[in-house]
Design a binder for this molecule. Structure first.
Ligand SMILES: NC(=O)c1ccc[n+]([C@@H]2O[C@H](COP(=O)([O-])OP(=O)(O)OC[C@H]3O[C@@H](n4cnc5c(N)ncnc54)[C@H](O)[C@@H]3O)[C@@H](O)[C@H]2O)c1
Length: 363
């Protein structure tokens, strides 16, 4: 993540915590505990304020994202640590759409950062791969594309029904995500950047992405940049992930290709993400959902949430602390301290204890 000096003036970091639903309520407290352990070791002042937004509140009070919430988060907090939303009692998922998509759009979190790193070789489905082979980051445009909800029905519920879904690409939106990806590559001394689209078939949007890409790459001769169609990228990622450091693409393709990349390094349980706007309040979450099928059993894997917390610390400019968080997860995997989804036998609470102990011993 880019170094984002705390907006509060470099003093106490203020973090809004939204655990949400299901296992979000089990894994987010683990992430908070591990951050607290690291922050106290390194004498970093940090303050957490928890919000109970989720299905329970929606069903009880009919409130999803309360009035004034976006402004409060924007003005009073440095970052948001988010769990997951989704509850079988709310089949429409209305509360999740209002809260999560509401925050992404209203805070203008235009970068969805999805790093993938193989922390232990036994978690990749690929043959003969070692951790160094899979270390890349996907930047997905997060506020435009086909997910903006533009479109409609014509003759709905008739045999002649038509549905349209429009793919919105603005010059500003395309340019800022491509520029962000190049800036990230340069700042992190990553040599290779790949822009991916489907400009051979989606010619109008693709033309814009291609033109912006050519302009921005010309300003970054120090970075080896190339273009791949999204279908080719999917094949190449599986064939040889060592080719990739930074990938930048649109909302839809980024959604899919970042899941593919995550699976190469162990899947849902180990995948974090950041929803960012440099210099503004940004939101960090594990990639997995609320997993109602295991909620309340104490067996959820907290690593995705802890790695998301690591991204948040990096975003706040706490590089050493972020490194320690990731190191604690790597060590737990090495020692086999994992929940059942990663073939271990530990409860969520036992993994939490182990991580807290690790960071307090390794500061
Ligand atoms: N960002 C989000 O808040 C988000 C993301 C995805 C899905 N959801 C919502 O979550 C709900 C469930 O969705 P789903 O089942 O498709 O996806 P999911 O990620 O919740 O679960 C998929 C499978 O992976 C397992 N799993 C997921 N995270 C795990 C963890 N940390 N530890 C152990 N096992 C884990 C689950 O038990 C389940 O078998 C839905 O309401 C969905 O809309 C929310």
């Amino acid at each position: 993540m880019p170094n984002n000096p705390l907006r509060s003036g470099g003093h106490t970091a203020r973090i809004a915590v939204i655990p949400g639903d299901g296992i979000g309520k089990e894994v987010t407290p683990v992430a908070v505990r591990v951050i607290q352990a690291v922050a106290s070791q390194h004498r970093r002042p940090i303050e957490f304020v928890e919000f109970d937004w989720g299905a329970d509140k929606y069903l009880r009070d009919n409130v999803t994202l309360p009035d004034g919430a976006v402004e409060m988060l924007r003005d009073e907090f440095d970052a948001i640590l988010f769990g997951a939303l989704g509850d079988p009692r709310v089949p429409s998922n209305q509360h999740a759409a209002d809260i999560l998509l509401g925050l992404r759009f209203k805070l203008d979190l235009f970068v969805n950062a999805r790093p993938t790193e193989l922390l232990h070789e036994r978690f990749t489905p690929l043959k003969d791969r070692i951790p160094n082979d899979i270390r890349l980051i996907v930047f997905r445009e997060n506020t435009e594309g086909i997910y903006v909800g533009a479109g409609g029905f014509f003759k709905k519920h008739t045999p002649d029904e038509v549905a349209t879904q429009e793919d919105i690409n603005t010059r500003k939106g395309v340019e800022r995500i491509i520029r962000y990806a190049f800036a990230y590559a340069r700042a992190h001394k990553l040599r290779r950047l790949c822009m991916s689209d489907k400009s051979n078939a989606m010619t109008f949007a693709g033309d814009l992405w291609q033109r912006v890409f050519q302009t921005v790459r010309a300003e970054h001769p120090d970075i080896e940049s190339r273009h791949l169609y999204i279908d080719t990228l999917a094949m190449e990622l599986v064939r040889d992930p060592r080719q990739f450091d930074v990938i930048v693409t649109n909302n839809l393709f980024g959604d899919i290709i970042s899941d593919l990349a995550a699976q190469l390094a162990g899947g849902l349980g180990l995948a974090p993400s950041g929803n960012l706007h440099p210099g503004r309040t940004s939101l960090f979450e594990p990639v997995h959902g609320s997993a109602p099928n295991i909620a309340g059993k104490g067996i959820a894997n907290p690593f995705g949430a802890v790695l998301a917390a690591g991204l948040m610390l990096e975003f706040l400019g706490w590089q050493d602390e972020a490194h320690l968080l990731k190191q604690s997860v790597r060590a737990a995997l090495q020692e086999g301290v994992t929940s059942s989804d990663l073939h271990g036998s530990k409860q969520t609470g036992e993994v939490a204890e182990w991580l807290v102990h690790y960071v307090s011993q390794h500061s």
